[in-house]
Design a protein around this ligand. Structure first.
Ligand SMILES: Cc1ncc(COP(=O)(O)O)c(C=O)c1O
Length: 450
């Protein structure tokens, strides 16, 4: 391995990092990580902290999950790769599809289409939604609806349904026929409504209005995260997603749940759809499906949709979509081991209990620090605080202020994530109460230094 001087001298020199300007990475070189164990990560200087980001909402079982590592190593020996394109399959992916069918049965999802990650899963669901309507003879249903503030990855389809200008403007023109409605975000919304139930009703009315305006017969699907994650942890009122589901059903529009973050226990429920009692037509998963140890994803498909594809005799159901790594045997082996550990450890229960502690702790920091304008969470280990320069005007805090909170928190023992004015917390689902206290005291120090 190259020595520390070499690595520091070349940090960000020949690599462009996602989600930041190349010049910013050179001016503010990224932290170089060299190790991890349990829920802790270690940098090149030997500084070790609790990872309150959980990798990127995906290292749910922590960094020392031996059964997953063993499964990957064994699979590399047995069959490191084969394609699952027409004509070939592998033992692990067949077994995984059956396991997922059981896991997602309460959500009404019974088939799997495998991908290499979240953006791929979103792209797959969007395309299969259009194809579903074409098979059924409604070829005019091509548009997509989604929420402002939603995040659905970075491919052109996903970017087109994304609700954040940061991921759109530089890449326009995006896909035509994608329309957005206001998110049930109580802190800021066009209705000036802070009551969650009333706001949910207003957003649902906006959805009905948009459908009437576009014409229901032109819309293929509505896509949403059960709890908006990257947009700053926005949990809707419990009436919202069931309301969306009912409106979609009434209008023949498919419902795509983007569960890239919420599937496999993060919200305290096994899936975000189950949290709200909703049965989507597609569910996009990735991230925790392999605990991040292998890039992998699965789109889960509802029985009713599956029957339309499987019962087609016209030839329109041939799937002209897929990835070289769809159903990768090493990913499938990792996912099988991961699913077994996820269920054995009942990580959803720990996510609920530790999430409640973290949410309560952040709310009490809000009483202490004027800088915190809003705190959002209450459903497992997805918590955010929105920093403001002034609580009355809600002017977002300066970049330099959020950076100071993050840097100090890191020095004091926790890696936290900054996204715009939000500090987002999404630690592994296996954190202990002591880890939660470490995160809270590091943030306390960060806020005090800001
Ligand atoms: C809800 C959601 N959808 C899609 C994605 C994209 O996943 P990936 O980065 O694996 O492509 C993400 C990533 O954070 C996500 O949070």
């Amino acid at each position: 391995m190259k020595d520390a001087n070499f690595l520091k001298a070349n940090n960000a020199r020949s690599i462009w990092h996602p989600m930041t300007a190349p010049a910013d990475s050179m001016a503010q070189p990224p932290v170089i990580l060299t190790g991890a164990s349990g829920v802790r990560i270690k940098d090149i200087d030997g500084h070790e902290v609790v990872d309150a980001v959980g990798g990127l909402w995906n290292v749910n079982l922590g960094y020392s999950c031996q059964p997953v590592k063993d499964a990957i190593a064994a699979q590399l020996d047995a069959l490191p790769y084969y394609s699952t394109f027409r004509g070939t399959s592998n033992d692990k992916v067949i077994e995984l599809a059956e396991e997922l069918r059981t896991f997602f049965e309460p959500d009404g999802l019974t088939r799997a289409f495998f991908t290499s990650g979240g953006s791929d899963s979103v792209e797959t669901a969007l395309k299969l939604a259009r194809q579903y309507h074409k098979i059924r003879g409604e070829a005019g249903r091509i548009k997509f609806l989604s929420l402002k503030k939603g995040y659905h990855g970075t491919h052109f389809g996903g970017a087109s349904v994304n609700g954040n200008a940061n991921f759109r403007l530089a890449y326009e023109p995006l896909l035509p026929g994608c329309h957005h409605i206001p998110a049930p975000y109580t802190y800021r919304n066009p209705f000036n409504e802070s009551d969650p139930a009333k706001l949910a009703g207003l957003c649902l009315a906006a959805l009905e209005d948009e459908i009437a305006f576009q014409g229901a017969g032109t819309i293929a699907a509505f896509i949403m995260e059960p709890i908006l994650g990257a947009g700053g942890v926005i949990p809707p009122h419990p009436s919202f997603m069931p309301g969306v589901e009912a409106i979609c059903r009434k209008n023949g529009i498919l419902l795509i749940a983007d569960e890239v973050i919420t599937a496999f226990g993060r919200t305290g429920a096994w899936t975000g759809s189950r949290l709200w009692g909703v049965k989507p037509d597609f569910s996009c998963t990735a991230k925790a499906i392999t605990n991040a140890y292998f890039p992998f994803g699965a789109v889960m498909i509802a029985e009713g949709v599956a029957q339309v594809f499987e019962g087609d005799t016209s030839g329109k159901a041939a799937i002209g979509h897929g990835y070289t790594y769809s159903g990768h045997p090493v990913g499938a082996a990792a996912a099988l081991a991961c699913l077994a550990e996820t269920k054995r450890l009942k990580v959803n229960e720990n996510a609920a209990a530790r999430g409640a502690e973290l949410f309560a702790g952040i709310k009490s920091l809000m009483e202490q620090y004027e800088l915190i304008g809003d705190v959002r969470g209450g459903h497992g280990l997805m918590v955010a605080m929105e920093l403001v320069a002034d609580r009355t005007t809600k002017k977002p805090a300066d970049k330099a202020v959020t950076a100071r909170v993050q840097e100090t928190a890191y020095r004091e023992g926790a890696m936290v994530r900054v996204s715009g004015p939000n500090i987002i917390l999404s630690p592994p689902l296996v954190v202990t109460s002591a880890d939660v206290q470490t995160i809270l005291s590091a943030l306390d120090a960060g806020l005090a230094a800001a």
